[in-house]
Design a protein around this ligand. Structure first.
Ligand SMILES: Nc1ncnc2c1ncn2[C@@H]1O[C@H](COP(=O)(O)OP(=O)(O)OP(=O)(O)O)[C@@H](O)[C@H]1O
Length: 375
């Protein structure tokens, strides 16, 4: 059988997607050489962005797999090299080309990314679990999704997503690790061990600003921000840094929880943001006999929705009620979000229903300039 042509080899490599940059390696200047000898043995030289790239194994496997699929290929040898400083800066310029001016790309007028800041009145209501599951559900539908773990003191997103890898740096650009097709950045990826982060407002603001400017997310359909509980500095920073962000409020059914959650949502009035909806978590527990038990009371989500609608003077929808489910907690503990690991479970079904609503929400025009002026 004839050895494959150079064009066929390149076409095969064009199907290999860089795991961090989510673009074909051929477009990223990562293919230095590829050639086949008469016996069908292929040699591919691939340039990594940095030495010791944590994804070298994934890239090598991807290249080998893509080339082995070609007719006439009998073996593949992958050699890894590292980009020169010049090549890295060209790559950075290429990636930044879609966002020429320095700043937060999500604020560009042309940006169509929907931004949801997930807030809660108090801790432990499941805000982070809801965030990662909604993100994974939307990514599984084919949307391009990112998460900024802005819960700076209590970061938990990397664990819930099963990410242990640290972000790769290309000069001053930071490439976020990807898990379950979602790009994730968290302060937890920059601290060693389980050290507490003792930062005050201005430092938090700068950290968040850096995440939003220097982290290369590329074009996203949806960006989630997992906020710390309550109405602290981070919520205000998010409103300032991302004025288009809409607030998703997570609460439990308990009346007292709804009271505190109302404050987290009502911040929208001061910041001029929209409230995208309310999610009630831990709504009930299904017992082995099939009956349900309302462990934390009932009605909190509905009450919160009604009160927030009055406060923000717009209809706020109760997007869904998620039951208590051991599988949800277990999935979180091992980094396997329930919407992917156990999609048939009742909690996953509720989360998938909410994701569906978010996926089809029309872009709101409230508060946005329509570019027309009255005569
Ligand atoms: N519906 C649910 N069923 C069972 N366990 C749940 C459910 N929702 C959340 N949990 C569990 O509750 C705990 C707290 O959840 P999570 O960390 O998502 O809350 P949080 O509001 O983000 O907390 P914090 O604000 O303190 O970070 C986790 O162990 C999680 O697995």
């Amino acid at each position: 059988m004839n050895a494959p042509t150079p064009a066929a080899l390149h076409a095969a490599l064009a199907t290999v997607i860089d795991p961090e940059l989510r673009r074909p390696i051929t477009e990223l200047g990562m293919v230095e050489a590829v050639e086949a000898d008469d016996d069908g043995r292929v040699r591919a030289v691939v340039r990594l962005t940095i030495a010791g790239c944590p994804l070298r194994g994934t890239i090598t496997r991807g290249v080998t797999h893509a080339l082995m699929k070609l007719d006439g290929v009998t073996a593949v040898d992958v050699e890894l090299t590292v980009m020169t400083a010049q090549q890295r800066s060209e790559l950075r310029d290429q990636l930044k080309a879609s966002a020429p001016e320095r700043g937060i790309p999500f604020n560009a007028e042309s940006s169509l990314t929907r931004i949801y800041a997930v807030a809660s009145g108090k801790g432990g209501v499941g805000k982070s679990s809801v965030t990662v599951n909604l993100a994974c559900a939307l990514a599984a539908k084919g949307l391009r999704v990112g998460i900024v773990d802005a819960d700076i003191y209590g970061f938990s997103v990397p664990g819930l997503m099963g990410i242990t890898q640290t972000p790769t740096r290309v000069d001053e650009m930071i490439l976020p690790p990807v898990a379950h097709d979602v790009k994730v950045i968290s302060i937890g990826m920059f601290v060693t061990g389980n050290q507490p982060v003792a930062w005050r407002g201005p430092m938090l603001h700068r950290a968040l600003e850096q995440f939003l400017t220097d982290v290369y997310f590329g074009d996203l359909d949806v960006l989630f921000l997992d906020l710390p509980p309550g109405t602290g500095d981070v919520a205000i920073s998010v409103a300032q840094l991302l004025p288009k962000a809409e607030i998703l409020v997570v609460t439990t059914p308990q009346a007292a929880a709804a009271d505190v959650a109302e404050r987290a949502g009502a911040i929208a009035v001061q910041t001029g943001q929209k409230v995208a909806g309310v999610i009630e978590n831990m709504s009930f527990l299904t017992l082995p006999d099939g009956s349900t038990m309302e462990l934390f009371g009932s009605g909190g989500g509905a009450v919160l929705t009604k009160r927030l609608s009055q406060t923000v003077n717009a209809t706020v929808e109760l997007l869904g009620q998620i039951p208590l489910d051991v599988a949800l907690r277990e999935g979180g503990d091992i980094g396997a979000p329930i919407v992917l690991a156990n999609p048939e479970s009742p909690a996953a079904a509720a989360l998938l229903g909410i994701a569906e609503k978010l996926a089809v929400r029309p872009r709101g025009l409230a508060g946005m300039s329509l570019g027309v002026s009255p005569r």
